[in-house]
Design a protein around this ligand. Structure first.
Ligand code: DNO
Length: 387
């Protein structure tokens, strides 16, 4: 396995020199400065690649080359945007950067309701609270028909929360769900989002009438266009699964279980049409058996995200330690080492520990927490190699 690390570019307070000291071999990054829908120029790619290489590292994976919203909902602009996507792929391929992550989640990428869930040992982790999320949907977004999407008992808890939630908690919930978790990865919420709720509603509106089948057709259309270009340049495109892996806010999500992944891989049968095996996202769905999925999809996995989650009795979930939880990382490393040695791997969603919390890192992307996780994973890897 190649040990990689998600790095956010020259602005990242975690420098490449730091990464070399902790055993990182390859860099995962994106041209975050390029606005949505614009082509990644050969010059901008070369500049980033040279910067990485001048620090003795290599640019192993692009995460992500974002798929514009209008491609997902099949807006009038989609063919122009797809043409741009192909050009970006060609430019990456010509630069020899051939593992490219994307996702097809409408409007909102990964979702958490609390970025500072305190653990008894003094560290904190990311948390998804079902009741607070339903509150956000039903009482902040006021989405039409939202209440019908939740079980009766959960709605009773939402009613109870309504009585006690403070203005500050409401503001924090909006900031967490829309701004903080999205701002650094989601083109819809880049920069200063002045009216996040209003913007969010507008984005949701574009998906009115689009169910899972239609979204699948839009994904198929995209793949049929871009995969031939990826093939030409030896690029392995690898879709990131939905996080969490189930429908939210009335939006379809179509990469959340074994059936979905089979559909995706069949939609265009090509070595360039692959998967990012994110054990954390997949494990947040009680329906997913992670080691079984790893065995099934190892051949089409081009990139591995090693993290784990724990589903709590009421249905909330949170990030688990990298040595525990539903991700079964020991077994996963064993499977991928046997079937796909050399695959790039990164740890994900570190805890906040030992002062990480004061550093303003992107949520989930702490330094010490991720370094600790990388050390855990490196230990597992060494033990498995020795078996
Ligand atoms: C969050 C990440 C996601 C993921 C993208 C991939 O921490 O797991 O933002 O990178 O969805 O396109």
């Amino acid at each position: 396995m190649e040990k990689t690390w998600r790095w956010f570019g020259e602005q990242d307070p975690i420098t490449l020199a730091m990464l070399r000291q902790i055993g990182v071999e390859g860099v995962v990054t994106a041209l975050h400065q390029v606005p949505d829908g614009e082509v990644w120029s050969a010059a901008a790619i070369a500049q980033r690649k040279n910067y990485i290489e001048s620090h003795g590292l290599k640019w192993s994976v692009v995460e992500s080359l974002p798929v514009s919203e209008a491609i997902k909902y099949a807006g009038p602009d989609r063919d122009r945007l797809i043409a741009g996507y192909k050009q970006s792929l060609a430019n990456l391929g010509q630069a020899g950067i051939t593992t490219v992550v994307y996702n097809f989640m409408p409007v909102i990428d990964w979702i958490r309701t609390d970025l500072h869930h305190q653990l008894p040992d003094g560290t904190s982790t990311l948390y998804f609270d079902q009741v607070r999320f339903a509150y956000f949907d039903c009482c902040i977004l006021n989405r039409e028909g939202a209440a019908a999407d939740y079980p009766e008992q959960l709605m009773q808890q939402v009613q109870a929360l309504k009585e006690t939630i403070t203005e500050q908690e409401i503001a924090d919930l909006v900031d967490t769900i829309i701004v903080k978790t999205q701002g650094f990865v989601n083109e819809n919420f880049k920069g200063d989002v002045v009216q996040p709720v209003a913007l969010f509603r507008q984005l949701l509106d574009r998906y009115k009438g689009i169910g899972p089948d239609q979204l699948r057709e839009n994904l198929r259309y995209f793949l049929q266009e871009v995969i031939p270009v990826a093939e030409r340049y030896g690029i392995k495109l690898c879709i990131h699964p939905d996080d969490p892996p189930f429908a939210v806010l009335g939006l379809p999500r179509i990469v959340g279980n074994t059936h979905d992944i089979e559909w995706l891989l069949d939609a265009v049968d090509s070595p360039s049409n692959g998967f990012t095996f994110c054990a954390g996202s997949l494990s947040a769905g009680a329906h997913n058996d992670i080691p079984a999925m790893a065995r099934k999809f190892a051949a089409k996995t081009h990139f591995l995200h090693l993290r784990s989650t724990e589903i709590l009795p009421g249905g909330d979930f949170m990030e688990a330690s990298h040595t525990e939880g539903r991700g079964h990382l020991v077994e996963l490393i064993r499977i991928f080492e046997a079937l796909r040695p050399g695959l790039p791997m990164r740890v994900d969603h570190g805890k906040l520990m030992l002062g990480d919390g004061d550093k303003n890192y992107n949520p989930g992307y702490s330094f010490l927490g991720r370094m600790y996780a990388l050390a855990q994973v490196s230990g597992m890897l060494a033990a498995i190699k020795n078996e």
